[in-house]
Design a protein around this ligand. Structure first.
Ligand code: DX5
Ligand code: ZN
Length: 229
């Protein structure tokens, strides 16, 4: 099951074995997870480098059509290359509001290009940045760590942003507008995931909580599901 009480768990491949990425992704899919969170880093917007469209294209070939490729673009100038990520097989693109000049225009272009569109807010970015474009997005990603690395500690100060966003989305839906997922990324584990659901989160990225040396993805996921039950 990828959903438990309406919570999507999106495994972040950043803490998987990047030299054997498709094996780790298959393990996650066999455990019942069909969203895969692909952390794209350019060594410029964030101080780390991961992979880009060629690796994503190969991964799509290896995994087939069923996986939902959720690309978290931690890159400068996504305007110039977003279509390459869609063409490589991404279903969803999230772009950082801090890194995009013409956000409203880009969100429209992503959707026209064939993917769903999301925005990402760093820990120091006010929630108002998301409210301005709430009618244009399918997902808002609230970073609960500073982006760049897996395995960091959860920053609890995101609570007020998530609660404000939940209110605004409920208002939008009540007025007949688009439903929007709230995704949280960074330091999400079995011990805090139920709290996030209470705040209104519908989609959790989990990296080191799923891919680690302590247990298999399936066993770690069981612990997460128990926390949500
Ligand atoms: C951080 C990434 C996250 C990260 C999550 O820049 O966006 O997706 O890999 O890893 P954990 O769950 O270990 O914090
Ligand atoms: Zn991420």
């Amino acid at each position: 099951m990828s959903m438990r009480d309406d919570m999507i768990i999106a495994p972040s491949v950043l803490t998987a074995n990047l030299a054997d990425l498709s094996t780790d992704c298959k393990e996650a899919m066999e455990a019942g997870l069909d969203w895969l969170h692909l952390d794209v880093m350019d060594g410029n917007f964030v101080p780390n480098l991961t992979f880009g469209p060629p690796v994503i294209r190969s991964l799509r070939k290896a995994l087939g059509p069923d996986a939902v490729f959720d690309a978290h673009l931690m890159i400068e100038n996504a305007e110039a290359c977003f279509q390459d990520y869609i063409d490589a097989g991404c279903n969803h693109l999230s772009v950082h509001v801090e890194a995009v000049k013409h956000l409203h225009r880009l969100l429209g272009a992503i959707r026209e290009g064939g993917a769903t569109a999301g925005i990402v807010l760093n820990p120091a970015t006010p929630v108002e940045a998301a409210l301005e474009v709430l009618s244009e997005v399918d997902l808002v990603l609230i970073m609960s760590v500073n982006p760049g690395f897996g395995g960091q500690s959860f920053i609890p100060n995101v609570e007020h942003k998530i609660r404000r966003l939940t209110e605004a989305i409920n208002e939008q839906v009540a007025a007949g507008g688009r439903p929007v997922q709230i995704q949280v990324d960074g330091g999400v584990k079995a011990h805090n995931i139920a709290m996030l659901r209470d705040w209104g989160v519908t989609n959790c990225v989990v990296g080191s909580g799923l891919f680690n040396d302590r247990a298999s993805v399936a066993d770690n996921l069981t612990e997460i599901h128990q926390a949500l039950n």
